[in-house]
Design a protein around this ligand. Structure first.
Ligand code: SF4
Length: 432
């Protein structure tokens, strides 16, 4: 039996991959440990979405080696894919596995680092193993890769062509996770909307199959590019187990900027898509990604984006200050915006986004919605404890209850009262 420590940087997809590898190592009779010091093998799933992320990946490799120089070190992920030779020469690295080889990672590690599989020793050979951490929400990989070529994006280069897991594989994984106690799964991928492009099916069929062949109480979709959305897609939300939350990356609210980004959706199409989703999905929370300070974004283009974002209205905006990522087309573009201007636009957009979130939270004050409580209760005075969780439409809620009440992984109907925090980022709740 080998002690394996797994960790990751970056996106939900990286998290889903590490959780799946942990389960596979456990199924092979190895033990997944929670600290580098306990490990015989350490595995890091790296990120390289920005130059800063790549630097952090390098740092993490060095830190892991310092924490346990005796353990063997396996590096995978986008940084390993984009710069394998730079990773291979980092101190302590024993094996580098690129993104194309991720589905065979446990096999390759076992063979090349000479691990002896002992399935008979597996903790519970037929049950799914719970990766240390949340027992509430699990990320499930549906597909990998992307056929698009957004000019700011290195992911499409690092992750390669689209390849989908079969719906049977995904249904089996979700049923096993539900059996292990998970209440919610989040379908994730690089270009989720491209699911099935290589299998002659699509995301709508996958979601319908999951809803028909599992009893998972909550199915959530992670980021979905605002194109490649199958016709009648919103019909699926007739099933209350599909969460009324859509994350549709906009990136810019100006058509000229979107063209330089090579985005396959203009502002009119995006607005129509949002309007049809809002008409079809009651209580929808719409969230998005926005890049501020993209090359060539002059004051007029910035004004367009500012106005458009306020026209659409979002429950939450992930705001990214543009930073040139070497290896992307945008990094070679003329008209790079000075740092101070990019930072000023980010500050301005954060203020706009905060007001929008306040409005969104207020809109749901007074509603009774299902909340899935997660983590541990934080002790409070007077024998109370404070718990946090998310509604079906992805609003964060806090509740204070007697400390004797264990809410972890519980789904409760909850009255949503006033917003909390300044600027508000959650709601106060009262369990019904
Ligand atoms: S669709 Fe997403 S993953 Fe694909 S190139 Fe564009 S930003 Fe990158």
């Amino acid at each position: 039996m080998t002690n394996v420590y797994l960790t990751t940087l970056g996106c939900r997809l990286n998290e889903a991959e590490v959780a799946a590898w942990a389960r596979d190592f456990q199924a092979a009779g190895h033990r997944v440990v929670e600290a580098p010091a306990q490990a015989d093998i350490m595995l890091l799933n790296t990120c390289a979405v920005t130059s800063e992320a790549a630097r952090k990946s390098r740092q993490f490799v060095n830190r892991l080696h310092r924490q346990n120089p005796a353990a063997r070190l396996v590096i995978s992920g986008c940084y390993a894919e984009l710069e394998p030779s730079s990773v291979a020469v980092l101190t302590g690295v024993d094996l580098v596995i690129g993104n194309q080889e991720k589905s065979r990672l446990v096999e390759r590690v076992s063979a090349e680092l000479d691990l002896h599989a002992m399935p008979e020793l597996a903790a519970n050979p037929d049950g799914v193993h719970v990766y240390p951490g949340s027992r509430t929400r699990a990320f499930v990989k549906a597909q990998d890769g992307c056929r698009n070529r957004c000019t700011f994006c290195i992911v499409t280069i690092a992750r390669g062509e689209e390849r989908s897991r079969t719906s049977a594989e995904i249904v089996d994984e979700i049923n096993a996770l539900h059996g292990a106690g998970y209440q919610e799964v989040v379908l994730t991928g690089v270009h989720l909307g491209g699911y099935g492009s290589d299998l002659g099916t699509d995301l709508k069929e996958l979601v319908a199959t999951i809803l028909d062949h599992t009893n998972i109480p909550r199915l959530r979709l992670s980021s979905l590019e605002p194109w490649d959305i199958p016709p009648d897609f919103w019909e699926l939300w007739g099933n209350a187990r599909l969460m009324p939350h859509l994350h549709l990356p906009l990136q810019s609210g100006c058509d000229a900027t979107l063209q330089r980004m090579a985005r396959r959706c203009d502002t009119d199409t995006y607005a129509e898509l949002v309007a049809s989703a809002r008409a079809a999905i009651p209580g929808l929370t719409l969230t998005t990604d926005l890049i501020v300070g993209f090359p060539g974004e002059d004051e007029a283009e910035w004004a367009d984006t500012r106005d458009y974002v306020q026209e659409i209205g979002f429950g939450h905006i992930h705001i990214f200050t543009y930073s040139a990522r070497s290896g992307t087309t945008a990094a070679r573009m003329r008209g790079q915006i000075p740092g101070e201007v990019r930072r000023a636009r980010s500050r301005e957009m954060h203020a706009i986004a905060a007001e929008m979130k306040r409005t969104h939270l207020r809109h749901f004050s007074g509603d009774i919605r299902p909340v899935l409580w997660e983590g541990r209760g934080e002790p409070e005075a007077g024998g109370q404890a404070r718990w946090s969780g998310y509604t079906d439409n992805y609003l964060r809620v806090e509740v204070t209850v007697p400390a004797s009440l264990d809410l972890e992984n519980q789904l409760t109907q909850t009255l949503l009262s006033h917003p909390l925090g300044e600027p508000p980022d959650r709601l106060c709740g009262v369990i019904q």
